[in-house]
Write a protein that binds this ligand. Structure first.
Ligand code: ZN
Length: 364
């Protein structure tokens, strides 16, 4: 983390990513950057007439993080670290003087997290909170940052080395997750490290949602996950073996996991002639479809779901359609209803094969 930052000349001003006009130029910022400008960064004239220097600073020019800027000092620092937290050493090495850094802290452009670390503009608030608590953003919070789907988790999940726990009270929103000792002391855990901690600290259901989404969203391939989970517990291996890359939502993962846990065999994303793919098929003819809000909120989806249900009934299928609320607030009744269908062996009825030519969706 103490590697020198890259200093990049700003291509033009206003900076392409600056949404607001620059306030008047402050000479402290300009003076502080003289050293960097000598090193090759370009100075430019501010549109408003006062001269200024615009410098972007980062450690990873390949990062896709949105660049951010510091308007009040006229200093453009681009934290390309992937997490936005930099050390004092990095900042000073990039040409900022101590006085400029102090001014940036006073204007709120830079947030001091502890004695040596600072959050650049645009740093995710959860990372700021984790580092300010003396820890690393990890577990489900880090996985969400990396794009995985997780079950609702309002808390900020952090891990902390023992030496950082003393004298630092955690905010109510922060949860401390158990982690092996000796993990690197950085602001944000990567996917593999965060996954390992989530698998240790969270329920099978939480873990299944995460594993499914990592595969489904191609954050990791199955072989990459296999390697990442080597050396983890038997439980992690067992859960990984049951993960399903076809699961397209949190709700689908949860329902599948709950049914399988009850010994109900489920085929996911089963292709049904005349109907297309269904979320889950139980036996030969019981369809379980989930209405995750993200895919079923609009009128068009509502209509399409009804069309599919009608078509499924015509072909001899029973359909159980589940919403988020029914699954999380009324699961015992859902399970009782599905079990009742299975008890009367209706799920083993042979559905009709649609006549050739009826594979295209019927119009309303
Ligand atoms: Zn956790």
């Amino acid at each position: 983390m103490d590697a020198p930052l890259n200093v990049l000349p700003c291509p033009r001003l206003p900076h392409p990513h600056c949404p607001k006009p620059h306030p008047p130029w402050r000479t402290t910022g300009r003076a502080a950057l003289t050293a960097r400008l000598d090193a090759g960064a370009k100075a430019h004239t501010h549109r408003g007439g006062s001269g200024g220097d615009c410098v972007q600073v980062g450690t990873d020019p390949g990062s896709r993080d949105r660049p951010t800027t510091m308007h009040s000092m006229g200093v453009h620092i681009q934290p390309l670290t992937g997490h936005g937290v930099v050390t004092r050493t990095q900042l000073l090495a990039s040409g900022l003087t101590r006085a400029t850094l102090q001014s940036l802290i006073e204007t709120g452009d830079v947030v001091r997290l502890d004695r040596s670390r600072f959050a650049m503009p645009g740093t995710e608030p959860h990372i700021t909170t984790a580092v300010a608590a003396g820890g690393t953003l990890t577990c489900v919070s880090a996985l969400r940052h990396h794009g995985a789907r997780i079950l609702a988790a309002d808390a900020i999940h952090v891990r902390r080395p023992i030496r950082r726990r003393r004298g630092r009270n955690l905010e109510e929103s922060v949860v401390e997750c158990a982690a092996p000792s000796g993990m690197p002391d950085h602001p944000l855990d990567g996917v593999d490290a965060a996954l390992g901690i989530a698998l240790t600290n969270h329920s099978d259901e939480d873990a299944m949602v995460i594993l499914d989404s990592i595969l489904n969203l191609r954050i990791r391939s199955r072989s990459e996950l296999h390697v990442a989970l080597q050396g983890h517990s038997m439980r992690a291996t067992r859960l990984f073996a049951r993960a399903d890359a076809g699961s397209e939502s949190v709700l689908e993962s949860v329902v599948r996991h709950r049914l399988r846990t009850r010994g109900i065999g489920v085929r996911t994303q089963a292709p049904i002639p005349g109907l297309g793919r269904v979320d889950m098929l139980v036996g030969k003819s019981l369809l379980v479809e989930t209405d995750g809000y993200e895919f079923h909120a609009d009128r068009e989806s509502f209509r399409e779901d009804r069309r599919r249900d009608r078509r499924a009934a015509a072909l001899g299928y029973s359909v159980v359609r589940l919403t988020w609320e029914q699954t999380f607030s009324g699961w015992p009744q859902v399970l009782a209803d599905i079990s009742a269908i299975i008890a009367t062996r209706r799920h083993l009825r042979q559905p009709r094969t649609p006549p050739t030519g009826s594979k295209r969706p019927m119009r309303q």
